[in-house]
Design a protein around this ligand. Structure first.
Ligand SMILES: Nc1ncnc2c1ncn2[C@@H]1O[C@H](COP(=O)(O)OP(=O)(O)OP(=O)(O)O)[C@@H](O)[C@H]1O
Ligand SMILES: [Mg+2]
Length: 329
C-alpha cells in the first residue's frame, strides 16, 4: 500500500469580498458576498515508501494546500486521504509522529532557544531514544555543518543556517514521510547543494518518502525521479522527468551562417519557426515531423555554415511552457 494515498481530494476556500469604502464595509455585515477558490481539485495521489517526488506548479497552483492537508493542518473539503494508513486530519497527533515537515517560509524551531535546545525538545516530543539521538545529532551536525551555531538562539541565525537546522529537525525522528515545501528558498548555491546531498543520503539509507515542492527546478532535477505537476489545483502530469521532456517535441538548431545576417529560407514542413538571435540563425522544428540530420543537410547544401549546434530543451524551458500553456495529451 502506498504510504501517501489520496483519492478525489478537494480543498475549497471561501474568501469574503469586502465592498468598497465605508458603505461597502458596512454592507458586508449584512450581506456577505464570497468567492470560492478551488485550491485543490479532485486530486489522486499515490506515493510509495522511499520515493522522492517533486511537486511543482506555478504560484497559487495548490501545492502548499496539498501539503497542509497531508500533514493534517487543513481538513479537506472532500475526498479521501491517508498517510501511513491514517487520516492525517482526524489523527493529527499520531500523524505528526510519522512525518517531518519543512515549510521554507516558516520555522518549526523555538525562536528564542539555542538550536541545541530546540533539538532536545524535539527529541522529547518525538520520543527519540538517547543513543539514536546522539548518533543523529552528530551526523547531521557534520553533514549540514551545524557546529558553529548550535549554541545560538534560532532568531540570530542567517536564513541558510536556519534552513539547515529545519532540515535536521524534520529528519530527527526519521519519520517514514517528509514534506519539504520550498526547502531551498533564498539559499546560496553551496547551502542548496549541502541540503540536497543530505536529503539524498538519508532517503537512500532509510527509505523515507520525500515530497519536495520547489520553484528551483535544480532541486527537482537533482532529487526527484518522479514529478507531479499541478495546475490550478489539478494534477496535469505525473511521471518521470524524461517523460515530461519527451512530451515536448520542439527542438532547435543554432547556426553560424557565414556572410548572412538574415533569416535563411528552408523548405521543410517540420519547421515551426526561423529566427535571428544575436546574429545567429535559430531553426525551430518539430522532431516528430522532421529531424536534425534532414534539416542540416538542406542547410549545408544552400548556405555556408561555420558552426552549428542542436539544442535540446532543458527542464526550465519545458516547465515554463507548461505553466504558461498547460500540457497536451
Ligand atoms: N487559507 C486560505 N484562505 C483562502 N485562500 C487560500 C488559503 N490558502 C491558500 N489559498 C488560495 O489557494 C490557492 C492555492 O494556494 P497554495 O498556497 O496552495 O499555492 P502554492 O501552489 O503553494 O503556491 P506558491 O508557489 O505561491 O507557494 C491560491 O489561490 C491561494 O490564494
Ligand atoms: Mg506554496
Amino acid at each position: 500500500m502506498p504510504i501517501i494515498q489520496a483519492e478525489g481530494l478537494n480543498k475549497k476556500f471561501k474568501v469574503y469580498k469586502k465592498g468598497e469604502g465605508i458603505t461597502g464595509y458596512l454592507k458586508s455585515f449584512i450581506h456577505r458576498d464570497y468567492e470560492e477558490i478551488h485550491a485543490v481539485a479532485d486530486l489522486d495521489l499515490e506515493i510509495e515508501k522511499g520515493e522522492i517526488v517533486g511537486y511543482i506548479g506555478a504560484n497559487g497552483a495548490g501545492k502548499s494546500t496539498t501539503v497542509k492537508m497531508l500533514t493534517g493542518i487543513l481538513e479537506p473539503t472532500s475526498g479521501k486521504v491517508t498517510v501511513n494508513g491514517r487520516d492525517p486530519h482526524k489523527n493529527r497527533i499520531k500523524n505528526a509522529m510519522n512525518i517531518g515537515v519543512v515549510f521554507g517560509q516558516k520555522t518549526q524551531l523555538w525562536w528564542d532557544l539555542p538550536v541545541k535546545e530546540s533539538f532536545k525538545l524535539l527529541k522529547e516530543i518525538y520520543e527519540v531514544p538517547d543513543e539514536k539521538y546522539e548518533d543523529r545529532i552528530q551526523r547531521f551536525t557534520e553533514v549540514l555543518d551545524l557546529e558553529e551555531f548550535m549554541e545560538k538562539p534560532v532568531r540570530k541565525l542567517s536564513l541558510g543556517q536556519k534552513m539547515r537546522c529545519e532540515l535536521a529537525a524534520a529528519f530527527l525522528h526519521m519519520p517514514p514521510v517528509v514534506y519539504l515545501d520550498e526547502p531551498t528558498i533564498g539559499l546560496d548555491v553551496s547551502v542548496k547543494e549541502k541540503i540536497r546531498e543530505f536529503i539524498k543520503e538519508i532517503n537512500q539509507e532509510k527509505d523515507i518518502a520525500v515530497m519536495v515542492t520547489s520553484h528551483d527546478l535544480g532541486d527537482i532535477e537533482d532529487l526527484c525521479e518522479r514529478i507531479i505537476v499541478l495546475d490550478e489545483g489539478k494534477k496535469i502530469f505525473d511521471g518521470s522527468i524524461e517523460e515530461l521532456m519527451s512530451r515536448f517535441s520542439e527542438r532547435r538548431i543554432v547556426l553560424d551562417v557565414k556572410g548572412t545576417q538574415e533569416v535563411i529560407q528552408l523548405n521543410n514542413p517540420g519547421i515551426i519557426d526561423i529566427e535571428l538571435q544575436d546574429g545567429q540563425v535559430e531553426v525551430v522544428f518539430d522532431k516528430e515531423r522532421t529531424n536534425a540530420a534532414e534539416l542540416i543537410s538542406e542547410i549545408l547544401g544552400k548556405y555556408d555554415v561555420a558552426d552549428f549546434q542542436i539544442k535540446e530543451p532543458d527542464i526550465k524551458e519545458v516547465v515554463k511552457r507548461i505553466y504558461k500553456e498547460g500540457i497536451e495529451g
